[in-house]
Design a protein around this ligand. Sequence first.
Ligand SMILES: [Zn+2]
Length: 512
Amino acid sequence: MTKDTFYLTTPLYYTNSTPHVGHAYSTIAADILARYHRVTGSGRTHFLTGTDEHGPKVADAAAAAGKAPKEFVDEVVQRWQTAWRELDISYDQFIRTTDPEHEAAVQAIFVRLRDQGDIVPGTYQGWYCRNDETFWPETKLVEGRCPNPECGRPVEWISEDAWFFRLSRYRDVLVDHYNAYPDWVRPASAYNEMASLLRGGLEDLCVSRASVTWGIPIPGESKTIYVWFDAICNYITAAGFPHDMERFARLWPADVHLIGKEILRFHTIIWPALLIALDLPLPRLVFANGWITMEGQKISKSLGNVVRPADLTERFGVDGVRYALFAQAPFGVDFSFSEESLTRRYNADLANDLGNLVQRVLAMLGRYRKGVVPAATSGDELNVAFAGTVQRVRAALDDLDFRGALAAIWERVGALNLYVEQAKPWAIAKDGDDALLDETLYNLCEGIRWIAALVYPFMPRTAAAIWQALGQTGTPGQMWETTLHWGGLAAGTQTSLPPVLFPRRESGAGVA
Ligand SMILES: [Zn+2]
């Protein structure tokens, strides 16, 4: 079996945190890509997400809640699954690092690396921040405390017998990979940052913890496997490594790992080194999305400015949020987010441009043709323009340029609105030119059918509502090759007026 599947992943989300708009951003990005590949790909698509459930922070949170760790994570994982369901996230697999298959696979990976001399014994000591699960060098501490500006908690001195992954021996081969594939880490700022970190040299990585009990046990020892080692292996264990190599061969290497830039080092230095040690090919792309800031501050639990996705979807609808997050800024850069900017974009692009277009066209079809699609015409320049738009949307999404794809689609939305203004169907009806009115109405209806198919990866609910209003069967999530032919809307189809797709919103009711 050889690779035949587009395989994309989100970060594993930490069960000690609560889903916020930053997590939603990464996950919706993955969902858009997954849906896009399902309607355009030549093979299968596999979209993986999940939760990272081990580590001392989770154990502490469980203890604080008066629960056993497993009982605690069994409850918390539902928060994540609910949040993704509410945002229409169409993942194919949800992995939990407490899944027995994952635990067994991580143990097998650990033992293999130890047997081949990539994991070796040593002594681990250093200043440890329990909250960040990070060792900090003495020189980095701020007045003897954790230097993470969002943390600042006391650190502990830890000294223990430990196992080390020999990361340092992979520096040169990683440098070669970085030189050979300058696009494998994006955006370029992330690539440059990690390439320069590599130039500075690498230290071996401690991959065991003697003091942590809530983790995957190292076979035959009382220590557990470092939570990051455990978690990052999910991308291959979920794909079947090492127990189902037939499945694994169809999925691996991953086509895209979508991550937040705060976990770049793990994904672009430690992770590829582990894969090379396992003699596995590297992921084709690691893409670090930027941070969403509010009033210039990163959204984080410790800053207390978390925006729950549900706070936004209650006001703007699921599709309003899915659209606005990606129309706002290029993928990969930090961007500022406010209720006011969201409201403005929602009203302008969705309520006015798209929502009104659909209502207007279907209302005119109802008024002049009893809602029945007139006979198809050969089409005109609209047809050609739409074909060009599909090419632009595909090129943009193949490049993870979500905003560029939306801009291309919205050019067509704007062109259809202009077409209504210039063709003036109401004036044609008054003049009694039936052939011209048929042609005009047909072009407009066929245009919004194409818009529905094109917005489907971004806004599946809106696409479905337009699809249904146009009397189409099935869902708009069908192969574009099949649906996107000008003239595909059959004459005689009975249409109906959809509910208002995007009710206008006023600013000022408060998001958080
Ligand atoms: Zn800390």
